[in-house]
Design a protein around this ligand. Sequence first.
Ligand SMILES: C[S@@+](CC[C@H](N)C(=O)[O-])C[C@H]1O[C@@H](n2cnc3c(N)ncnc32)[C@H](O)[C@@H]1O
Length: 228
Amino acid sequence: MNGLTDPVTDGSDHSASALAGLASELYAAEPSAKIRLSQRYRPYICPFDQVIAQVPESARVLDVGCGSGLFLLLLAKLGRIEAGHGFDVSAPAISAARNAAARQALTATLSFEERPVEAGIPEVHHSVVTVLDVIHHIPPPHQQAFVAALCAATPAGGRLIIKDMVHRPIWRATANRLHDLVMARQWVHHLQPGIVADWCLQNGMRLVHQTSANTLWYGHWMLVLDRQ
Ligand SMILES: C[S@@+](CC[C@H](N)C(=O)[O-])C[C@H]1O[C@@H](n2cnc3c(N)ncnc32)[C@H](O)[C@@H]1O
């Protein structure tokens, strides 16, 4: 960790196995086996603990490309957020997110919307924008404009958290490429965190935390940026 801010610690267990246990409960009644299993095991792939630690207490979170809503559902179950709104282009993923929120009686706290990022980033009175493993799905000619839109969507005094996959070492990037070829049937385009950080700085953001982590054969980086 290369922390410039202190991670929030609320005493809950944020280990991969604890979060996987929560994820298993959240999606136990999900009819799609692909979604049920991918969400259950996702905490072993994605270092959610490090991202959760950077979300300020009682934040109102907008999760861009939220998939089946796992990150927001975890935050809500851990009592870490006041509200969350997630959007994603995938209709089955949004349906699974809505159903999981309903089963957990979290519909007053969480909402989910089927929407592509190309339709713009919605204003939902959020204080934090999170973007987990989405940038590498955006075609390279649009990645810089997407990052600029994320910055513009972060309100004054708010925070932008971007977590994505490494482009080096090549074997870790290849492992993720193969994962996305199988799971998303897509050839993805990883970006260096330094390039993304530069784009954010050009758009008025201040870098407060940068970290990298490995899980299994996957490599991750995370940028935490605040707007004054
Ligand atoms: C690797 S998944 C990450 C999901 C979630 N953020 C997480 O960490 O569990 C990438 C997500 O980005 C979404 N996505 C890709 N392109 C998108 C677009 N143009 N607009 C909205 N969502 C998109 C996909 O549908 C998918 O759910």
